[in-house]
Write a protein that binds this ligand. Structure first.
Ligand SMILES: Nc1ncnc2c1ncn2[C@@H]1O[C@H](COP(=O)(O)OC(=O)CCCC[C@@H]2CCSS2)[C@@H](O)[C@H]1O
Length: 329
């Protein structure tokens, strides 16, 4: 099993492209690959999820947190430098899919060697007692597969809560909702202080049975294709946001000038219908605002840009542009 790790690459759009590249372009038929990667602050959403529903759009915009959709199913997870991702990339023997035990046991064993008693539980999670330290998901294509998971080593748990939090009532959708489990960092269960680099080494030592892993270093030719995959998929708004299912937004708030109630239909990430109700005081025809929103991406930047072309006070009375952006997204 060849080992690949690019510890200096923290861009999830690149790391997920590396994983997809290995899966689809390396000789997985003849050789298994084991990949580690660490992403900067980001939300990695499941293949079939509604991005806007899973993510606190305001918070991630303000805090520079990336949002990237992955190939595998399941819920949205938060990544940062304290979270180590692992991926077993191998041929799909037909039995592997959904066989989470096979791919998580080596991790559970490695944790045990560090004195952390963990186990695989129902929803493909590795837990210590009731606390989740690792979420896992799989993807198969053309006889190949990967089984990948997170390992929360010393992540900023506050950010997990902040960036994944979005008001439930705000949207209805057909997407899959994340299980908001109680999460924990592995460091909480370690006897002694440990740095991420040592954690990585300890895992490798256990997984490769004390042997030095044979590394595969991506060459320039590999990186070229990785860059293409990244550009086409993971850095592409259509993949990360546009793929979201149809959903409705209902957002209502009381301002000093009255209540503003916004109803939107969003399809493929773009607003297809907009209705604004309320008892606010404005002199302009609110239909102009509704028209301005239709055809706009359901994204704070795009909504702000559209609304900034209108004199919002003309339509709503004394309300700030930014308050409207907050209300809508
Ligand atoms: N980093 C991380 N690790 C473990 N659990 C997390 C994490 N971030 C959030 N959560 C919790 O899990 C749920 C979602 O759980 P849920 O079971 O819905 O989804 C998953 O676990 C998906 C795992 C995908 C792993 C991939 C591996 C490489 S790229 S991402 C979320 O609401 C939080 O409560």
């Amino acid at each position: 099993m060849k080992f690949i790790f690019n510890p200096d690459i923290r861009d999830p759009k690149l790391n997920l492209a590396v994983e997809e590249y290995i899966l689809k372009h390396l000789n997985v038929e003849h050789e298994d690959y084991f990949l580690f990667y660490i992403n900067g602050p980001s939300i990695i959403i499941g293949k079939n999820q509604n991005t806007s529903e899973e993510v606190n759009l305001k918070y991630i915009e303000e805090n520079g947190i990336d949002v990237v959709r992955r190939l595998s199913g399941g819920g949205a997870v938060y990544h940062d430098e304290g979270n180590l991702n692992f991926s077993f990339i191998t041929k799909d023997d037909g039995n592997s899919f959904n066989n989470y035990k096979k791919f998580t046991q080596p991790i559970v064993d490695a944790l045990k060697q560090l004195g952390v008693e963990a186990e695989l539980t129902g929803r493909n999670d590795i837990q210590v007692g009731e606390r989740k330290i690792s979420g896992n998901a799989q993807f198969t294509t053309r006889g190949r597969m990967f089984s990948h998971g997170t390992l929360m080593f010393n992540s900023n748990i506050e950010e997990v809560v902040n960036s994944l939090n979005v008001s439930e009532e705000k949207m209805r959708s057909k997407g899959i909702k994340s299980v908001r489990s109680r999460v924990a960092n592995i460091t909480e269960f370690l006897e002694e202080e440990m740095a991420m680099e040592h954690f990585v080494e300890a895992l490798l030592h256990s997984i490769y049975d004390g042997q030095e892993p044979e590394r595969y270093v991506l060459r320039d030719e590999d990186w070229e294709i990785v860059q293409d995959i990244s550009k086409e998929r993971y850095a592409n708004w259509d993949w990360n946001f546009g793929k979201s299912p149809k959903f409705d937004v209902e957002s209502k708030r009381r301002f000093p000038i009255g209540t503003i109630d916004v109803r939107l239909n969003v399809n493929k990430g773009t607003i297809t219908e907009a209705k604004i109700y309320g008892d606010f005081f404005g002199v302009g025809d609110i239909h102009d605002v509704e028209q301005a929103l239709v055809g706009t991406r359901f994204e704070r930047g795009a909504i702000r840009e559209q609304l900034s072309q209108l004199d919002v006070k003309h339509y709503f009375g004394n309300v700030e542009l930014e308050e409207l952006v907050d209300l809508i997204s």
